[in-house]
Design a protein around this ligand. Sequence first.
Ligand SMILES: [Mn+2]
Length: 328
Amino acid sequence: MDIKFSTGIWVFGTGVERFAPIGYKPAKPIVELIDEAAKVEDLDGLEFHYPTEVNEDNVKIVKDSLSRYNIKAVAIAPVLSQEAQWARGALSALNEDTRRRAVERCKKAIDIARELGAEILIIWPGREGFDFPFTTDYRKLWNNYVSSIKEIAEYGSDIKIALEYKIEDPSSYLLHGSAARALTTILELKMQGIKNVGINVEFAHAKLAKEYVPETIVLISRYNALYHLHLNDIFTEVDLDLFPASVHLLEFMELLYWLREVNYNGWYGLDLFPRYLDAAEMIRQSIANIKALIKILEKVGWEKIKKTIDMNNPIESQKLLRELLGFS
Ligand SMILES: [Mn+2]
């Protein structure tokens, strides 16, 4: 299996979090971050936020720097959550000026994506929802959100618009809490002839939605909507972007099996939060985890795994689990 790995340039950031408000590491210029990323073997692509990481002023330098290292720009993610102006929503904002600003930001992010040759626009609808009961006309909220996505998808008809669902945080309640909820927007727009909206599945966000990620991948693939992946892991409720497969090992193995089975040929994106760890080393170990699991799957044999699944027999599947763990 030939896998292309990407990561967010934000992974090389300072590590600012709720309980470390100034971070753990010094801030560095974007070009230095790309220099660091280039040192990671097997990393073929990078993802950027617009306008905080890449913007009209630095896009040329970023482009030069990427081409010098032969790194591909994979995705641009417009900042729609981490600023006070989006406190009461961005693409779904009930305030029309705010909503217009959010849509315009996404269009500018698409321009940047085109300039860098990135094929994906990641929309993380982290403020598309509400915070308190009895405050919101949910009809207006959904109408605004879906028409914003429609306008963005029409503007970027050559770009894949990938919705990254999450159940809550930073807003208290989010419209796209699960894959199925994101699919309602995708299918509604499909019925209107818009075919470039899909999903970026973040492993930890799927776990927060109580999904079993291998099945989620299959559901999304039914609608040709699996556009991108943000691989990581999580213990229970707090989204700290841990090493992929470091907690949900067997689920991760089955996920990798099903990604192959649905012929996913997109990027294996890594959305990690190294905090006090060295970012390059966390990415290296994450890639090594995934590669090792694929090696195990190959060793046990894709055909054998398929046959076991097709038996639909829980007893036989336990034997397979032990074989995958090296106990047979
Ligand atoms: Mn993510």
